[in-house]
Design a protein around this ligand. Structure first.
Ligand SMILES: [Zn+2]
Length: 193
């Protein structure tokens, strides 16, 4: 198999340019793709899976805004997004461990949490992410993105939210209280005030 290093570099530069020219991309100037490192010998060990990776969710009840027997809602660190919440399982579980009952609950809770977040005037749409690479609690990110700010649409939000100044904590906290109250009104459970 032969490859032309110049052609490969040009193709890479074109892909980078295509990405960097998107209005969703937050950075200006020249960009160069860095090489990948070697693959790891085994998959990442997540929080809660080994003694040297303690869980950062269990026992931190002071962070919980809402809970029932199997689920809890906790806040993300404030960002430019008016709302940032985790929906996570009380137990250490992955999605593939769910029985049909838990899967059904996940769908119903997601629907009502999205509706509650989307009811805020400052929120344009709710982005729902599941990555799963950090914590061994099944956890989903609910980001209420700012209304009418086109750079923060779609995947742009993941990048911009990490580099723009965060909204004041009291604004985000008040938004979360409204969301959790509306959510609990629809699904029950306990609001922690
Ligand atoms: Zn835990």
């Amino acid at each position: 198999m032969s490859s032309d290093p110049d052609a490969s570099a040009a193709a890479s530069a074109a892909r980078v340019e295509r990405l960097a020219s998107s209005p969703l991309f937050p950075f200006e100037g020249e960009h160069r793709l860095k090489p990948l490192g070697e693959p790891m010998a085994h998959e990442l060990v997540r929080d809660g899976e080994a003694p040297d990776r303690p869980c950062h969710s269990c026992g931190r009840d002071e962070r919980v805004l809402w809970h029932d027997e199997r689920w809890k809602i906790t806040p993300l660190a404030p960002s430019v997004n008016p709302v940032g919440l985790f929906l996570e399982t009380v137990e250490h579980l992955d999605l593939e461990d769910f029985d049909d009952r838990l899967a059904a609950e996940y769908g119903v809770l997601t629907r009502h949490l999205v509706t509650a977040i989307d009811s805020l005037d400052s929120v344009g749409r709710v982005h729902v992410h599941r990555w799963g690479d950090g914590s061994s609690h099944f956890h989903v990110w609910f980001q209420g993105r700012p209304a009418r700010q086109p750079e923060l649409y779609g995947w742009g939000n993941v990048l911009w939210a990490q580099v723009l100044p965060a909204l004041p904590a009291e604004v985000v906290t008040a938004n979360h209280a409204l969301v959790v109250a509306a959510f609990a009104g629809a699904v029950g459970g306990t609001v922690v005030s």
